[in-house]
Design a protein around this ligand. Sequence first.
Ligand SMILES: Cc1cc2nc3c(=O)[nH]c(=O)nc-3n(C[C@H](O)[C@H](O)[C@H](O)COP(=O)(O)O)c2cc1C
Length: 196
Amino acid sequence: MELDPSTHDRSMYRTLTGTVVPRPIGWISTTSTEGVDNLAPYSFFNVVSVSPPVVMFAPGVRPHGLTDTARNVEETEEFVVNVVTAPFAEAMNRTSASVPSDESEFDFADLERAASTKVRPPRVAGVEVAYECELYDMQRVGSHHVVMGEVVYAHIDDGLLTEDGKVDVGNLDVVGRLAGSFYDSVESRFRMERPD
Ligand SMILES: Cc1cc2nc3c(=O)[nH]c(=O)nc-3n(C[C@H](O)[C@H](O)[C@H](O)COP(=O)(O)O)c2cc1C
């Protein structure tokens, strides 16, 4: 198959999300100006810069406008990225439901909140990694916005660390997104050294 996006726009979503895989999942908590805690997964998610530490996620523009997450970030300039591990996979999925803006996905998915240190939105209690972020920049790119956040505080569970205090990815039971309803777990991990 050959694809020219200028004439096959409709199939690009399936093509891109089915082949740019596995994608990490940023489980984004925000708090609206009315004080409602929102939580939703975004797999268009990655690291942008290390110094300063900046991460990004990309909410698509919906027919009704911004997603609740995007609107909350635009208005409050704060969010938290929670890292999704296997025990939280089902709860993460529940929080992708279309929940009214005045209802919290924390309550909808029976998740406990943990207070953040430097920003208002809460973390998901029990996650092993959470990054508190302040809005760095938000830009419209076609059908999506790119939301960049500077990490102003990081919570890393001590159980993930090696004896000399570094994160050991072997201890993180992280979940990635493949296409549609398919997800990726750590079972398929293998090791390969980089050349000099
Ligand atoms: C694993 C997963 C990843 C998702 N990634 C994205 C994404 O990158 N961009 C997006 O616009 N929607 C994504 N969605 C859909 C949103 O999570 C969903 O529309 C949600 O209701 C948005 O919630 P909000 O309005 O509270 O922000 C994803 C859903 C799932 C289950």
